[in-house]
Design a protein. Sequence first.
Length: 270
Amino acid sequence: MHIWQDDVSTSHDDIELSLAADHGRPEPILQVAGLSAGYGGPPIVSELDLTVGKGEVVTIVGPNGAGKSTLVKTIIGELRASSGVVMLAGTPVTSVPTELLVRRGIGYVPQRNDVFGMLTVRENLEIGGYLLSKREVGRRIEETLSYFPRLEELAARRVLVSKMSGGERKMLALARALMMRPEVLILDEPTAGLAVQVAKTVLHEQVPALAERGVSILLIEQRAADALEISNWGYVLVSGMVRISASASEILGRKDIGEIFLGKFSTDTR
């Protein structure tokens, strides 16, 4: 399988990872610097910088069409970067395919198709640990289920995932991503399609619980206010560029945020 690292036009040696110097933030675990990517025409994201520190919850918010999905696809290796660099714990991983990133410590929960409906909870978790030995898979499943008592109950009953609620399926998607004990977990719109109260549970309970266990989290979320409330740092993405990089509380407190979101930023999560 070909890795595109050497094909990216800007090497990591040519880029100053200035975000590592953000005052008061922990040591960076995931860094993106000067990243540009698109689909053959003009870049969708351009010269983009961001950092996720160890133990942080970092949220990317922005209006529809801001380039959030393109950014995620580029970070996880589904889309080739035209320039710039992605670093994991100081090692370049630009355009490394997703399955290899899993081995290196990046977990990913996509917005859709994140679980297998015709399988049970345990079978989904087994797939999440496909790189592990059979003995290690069993240990990891028990460890992961201990974090999610509701999933433990469903696993014991051998319930098919297709019979589970949207909130339970999202919980399973998070659990499956934890099977490889990632250093960084990327969550792409984890509340999409969920009822308001279930979405709040995901953001205000499940995501912080993962961070408390030492997993650094990069969260892409349309429910901007709820996401920023549980985050350490935030980035506002507009037209493929970072418009604001600041503490989450500072972003929430800005009076011009509505203008930046083209009138669409709101704390209303109805």
